[in-house]
Design a protein around this ligand. Structure first.
Ligand code: NAD
Length: 466
């Protein structure tokens, strides 16, 4: 028997009785989650520091605050979100009541990665609980300290009949995925995303896949180099570059590259001092295996800034590479570390071509003073999100959906989008048993007059009441 069998049975029982569906039950769970975040703030910060050397500020702004916001937003809007949503009717259904009911899927599996191990497990959890689901949470085994806190403490704040944490690495998770879930929400790599989707296909379970990839950052010639360098460096080196939406590489002209390099050096020194290894604000690589991979990437192209590393504390200096080839690993795989290659292109047209030749990214950045340039890049490309002259600030805005496209994922969440993701939109038509006289017109044999009337009653747009 698998270690999760009893817990899953308990959760399935709750799903079948509908115990997690009433608004009050959902509200209690969300309040429990809120208390967990408030009462364990320091413990969570310490766990993040142990796993990733995150500073308190980074932990707060990119993990805890975002979770607290999501809970508060869900609590404030829950009553509105869960209401049946009336829809416009055609003439055929004028005497019926037509609406969308937001039903919980039932048993939901949430699988998280290690890079923002609180944010990327608890933000989806808010949506799943708000929508009235029962949840199996599978945090990453790589961010061990956070995994421990989530496994030991979070269940104390939530009802055990609707929530459980399952632990394990690839092998255990592979077995867990053989179970039948009603929805799977996965955040991680495209490689594992494919495995999750094929496991889900066996049960026809719907999925959201929040994946990664390489996020381009185009810098136009008209930019102020220092302003651009400050912003690119901030978001590239945040969490030691281990961010799915970080700018992965810069595309710019050779002239702009020459102006950006000293500006990037100034930004790095300003943020992390002359020796970034002693800076409290620079994270560390999560594991030896990830460190080894990144060390390999440092051998691509030429090191223009940084390049130092120290395996003892898995430190990699904020690094800028130049003269990299498109065929080198640093331009083939998602970097996911504090390394920024600069690839030179002839101009905006060539940059757009470069981006379009590759998989659709999770995030795309463009820097220019000229709004026409920004709009051209926006119009001619596709990505999960698009930001001009800044980094991943869109994550702070719960009214914007977060999600990828193509190789960077499918589905979206945050704020109301999370609630919708974890809800089945059930089409409801409540008609009366009476009025049989009116219905006679629909029954065969349908004569020419009836046919005309019925067609007219359902044809758009003349008979749709808005
Ligand atoms: P990962 O795909 O290795 O792991 C994610 C989850 O899958 C973990 O819980 C892990 O235990 C599980 N897992 C790993 N191998 C498995 C296997 N063989 N079978 C079943 N389950 C398995 O991802 P990661 O290394 O934790 O995170 C880094 C990746 O996640 C990057 O590609 C990054 O871009 C992506 N990411 C995406 C987002 C987003 O929101 N789109 C956010 C963060 C990270």
């Amino acid at each position: 028997m698998a270690p999760w069998t009893a817990a899953l049975e308990r959760l399935r029982e709750t799903v079948s009785t509908g115990r997690a569906v009433p608004a009050e039950f959902r509200r209690t769970q969300l309040q429990g989650l809120e208390r967990f975040l408030n009462e364990n703030r320091q413990l969570l910060q310490e766990a993040l520091a142990e796993d990733l050397h995150k500073s308190d500020f980074e932990s707060d702004i990119s993990e805890l605050l975002l979770c607290r916001n999501e809970v508060a937003f869900a609590l404030r809007n829950l009553n509105t979100w869960i209401k049946d949503e009336p829809v416009a009717k055609n003439l055929l259904l004028q005497l019926s009541s037509t609406f969308i009911r937001k039903e919980p899927y039932g048993l939901v599996l949430i699988m998280g990665p290690w890079n923002y191990p609180i944010n990327l497990t608890l933000v989806p959890l808010v949506g799943a609980l708000a929508a009235g689901n029962c949840v199996v949470l599978k945090p990453s085994e790589i961010s061990r300290s956070v995994e421990r806190v989530l496994a030991q403490l979070l269940p104390r704040y939530l009802d055990p009949s609707c929530f459980t944490v399952v632990l394990g690495g690839p092998q255990e998770t592979g077995r867990l995925l053989e179970e039948k879930f009603d929805y799977i929400f996965f955040t991680g790599s495209p490689r594992v995303g494919r495995m999750v989707m094929s496991a889900a296909a066996k049960h026809l379970t719907p999925v959201t896949l929040e994946l990664g990839g390489k996020n381009p950052c185009y810098v136009h010639d008209d930019c102020d180099p220092q302003t651009t360098a400050n912003r690119v460096a901030l978001f590239r080196f945040f969490n030691a570059g281990q961010t799915c939406v970080a700018p992965d590489y810069v595309l710019c002209s050779r002239e702009m590259r020459e102006r950006l390099l000293p500006a990037l050096q100034r930004a790095i020194t300003r943020f992390f001092g002359a020796d970034p290894q002693v800076s409290p604000d620079l994270g560390r690589i999560v594991s030896d295996r990830h460190f080894q991979r990144l060390q390999g990437l440092l051998r691509c192209g030429q090191v223009a800034i940084g390049g130092q590393s120290d395996p003892r504390d898995r430190y990699i200096a904020p690094t800028v590479l130049v003269d990299v080839q498109e065929t080198e690993p640093v331009m083939q795989e998602e970097i996911f570390g504090p390394i920024l290659p600069i690839v030179t292109v002839g101009g905006m047209g060539e940059a757009v071509e470069f981006i379009r030749r590759r998989e659709k990214p999770l995030a795309l950045y463009a820097f220019s003073r000229d709004s026409q340039v920004i709009h051209k890049v926006l119009d001619r490309t596709s990505s999960g999100s698009f930001t001009s002259n800044d980094g991943f600030v869109f994550l702070s805005q719960m009214t914007l959906p977060f999600g990828g496209i193509g190789n960077s994922g499918m589905g979206r969440y945050h704020g109301k989008f999370s609630f919708d993701t974890f809800s089945h939109f059930r089409s409801c038509v409540l008609s009366s048993h009476h009025l049989e006289q009116l219905n006679q017109v629909r029954y065969p044999p349908v004569g020419p007059w009836s046919r005309k009337l019925i067609t007219w009653a359902v044809e758009f747009p003349n008979c749709t009441i808005q």
